[in-house]
Structures are given as C-alpha cells and as structure tokens.
Design a protein around this ligand. Structure first.
Ligand SMILES: COc1ccc(Cn2ccc3ccc(-c4cc(N)[nH]n4)cc32)cc1
Length: 243
C-alpha cells in the first residue's frame, strides 16, 4: 500500500515512522510519502489560507494551492488513490472503514488546518471521478487533520497482512465481532490483593471462551448499548441471550 499525506506540518506525521508502522515501512509493506503543501504556493509569503466568503471566524484554505498539490501528488503513482479528507463534518471513521480501506492500493490524506479546505477542492476531485471520503474520527473538534491521519493510518496499516506479529490479534479486535473487548490479565496471579479470575487459569477452553464472551457482552451493554442494538439478528446465540 502506498500512503501519501499532504500537510503544512510534515513533522506532525513523524510518528508514522516509529515502532510497528515504521517496521511495516522498512519491510516494504507500506510506502509512505509526506508532502509539504507550501511546495505548491507561488507567492513570497507562501500563503495557504484566506478569509471566508460570507464572513465568519477564522480562515479557509485556498483551493488553488490544494488543487495543484493534489494533481502533483496523484501523478506520482499510476495506482488509483482513495483521497481522504479528515473533517469534523465527515462520515464516521470506524473499524469497518479501516477494514475496507486496508484493501486499497493507495490512500492520499489531505490535512486541513484553520477552518478547513475550500469545498471546491473536494467537488473538483469528485467531478473527475476520483474517490473522495470526508471522514470524522469522533465527535470532538481538533485543530487540524494531522492527528486524525495518524489515527486512521494506524488503524488501517495494522490490518495489512504481515504487519501484526499475530494476525489473530486483528481478527479478535474489539469491534471485529461487534462487541467491545472484555478485560485482560497477565502474571502475577495476585497483584495488590487482586486475583486473576479462576476460570482463566482453569485450562478449560470452552469455559474460558464463554466467560470472555459474557464479559464482552456485559461491557458492551454497559458502555456501548448502541453497538448491541446494531448487532445483526444472528449475531447472538442462545447462550449469549441467556447472559
Ligand atoms: C467548521 O468547524 C471547524 C472546522 C475545522 C476545524 C479545525 N480543522 C481544520 C482541519 C481539520 C481536519 C479535521 C478536524 C477534525 C476531525 C475530527 N473528528 N475532529 N476535528 C478538524 C480540522 C475546526 C472547526
């Protein structure tokens, strides 16, 4: 997978070259290129923003600079790219989104700042039949798109074959079965007077699986009843319903 990121703060994306993601890049599983938007400015001040039409607070990012940047970065590789625009006004980015995008050949992230990017940049890309997804990583407001890109790239790249040491981790993700992950324990058996649940040390794999499923159902019902309500009809078996 090729990943391009366009931003006025390239340094914000440095963490993508650390740890697991850094190893995925070194292993050639991911090609990452970060581009400074100001490369495509033409004025001495390298202006990327201007006042909003219609008035209102803040500034809006200029379409000309973004249009030239997008055209240039898209042209760097003939593979079709999904253009991703982080925005508070986007469709929710979920585990299902990450799963879907993990099958893409190329992702191109556009990091806005100020009050966002002139809408015509997205409109122009879409009318050229480019795939453009405007996405939100949560119902809170960030200062720019860079942090959202760190989140989305990590969620997508960890799903690529060969990235996680143990593929089962991704298959048993929270949300992979529509439920939250239950509690996890490791040594010591007792810590500050708190013991590991006996069932987990029983060696009885059927009982352990049942216990873990019950804890996941319990946690989901308590913290995310919306996820429980959204489960497909056949997602819960009789034992689940009995819980
Ligand atoms: C119109 O209201 C605002 C519009 C933009 C901003 C700041 N900003 C500029 C670009 C940008 C990209 C993504 C996000 C973002 C994404 C999520 N889930 N929260 N915040 C925020 C962003 C503040 C307010």
């Amino acid at each position: 997978m090729r990943i391009d990121v366009i931003t006025i703060f390239p340094g914000y994306l440095a963490p993508l070259r650390e740890a697991l993601l850094g190893r995925a890049i070194s292993a050639g599983l991911v090609d990452l290129a970060v581009h400074d938007l100001r490369t495509w400015t033409r004025d001495v001040h390298q202006a990327v923003d201007d006042a909003p039409y219609g008035g209102g607070p803040g500034m809006v990012m200029r379409p000309q600079v973004w249009g030239e940047a997008l055209d240039a970065v898209l042209a760097l590789d003939e593979r079709p790219a999904r253009i991703v625009v982080p925005t508070p006004a986007g469709r929710p980015f979920t585990q299902a989104t990450a799963q879907a995008w993990s099958g893409d050949e190329r992702l191109l992230f556009t990091c806005g700042r100020y009050e966002g990017i002139d809408q015509r940049v997205v409109d122009d890309a879409r009318r050229r039949d480019l795939t453009v997804d405007e996405v939100s990583i949560g119902d809170y407001v960030l200062v720019g798109g860079e942090v959202a890109v760190l989140v989305m790239v990590e969620a997508v790249v960890r799903l690529l074959p060969g990235v996680l040491g143990n593929p089962a981790s991704a298959e048993q993700d929270s949300f992979s079965d529509g439920l939250l992950e239950g509690p996890a324990f490791t040594r010591p058996e007792v810590w500050r007077g708190l013991a590991v649940p006996d069932v987990l040390r029983s060696g009885n794999h059927a009982k352990i699986a049942r216990w873990r499923r019950d804890r996941a159902l319990e946690r989901t019902a308590e913290r995310r009843p919306d996820l429980l309500a959204a489960l497909p009809e056949d997602a819960l078996d009789d034992a689940d319903r009995a819980f």
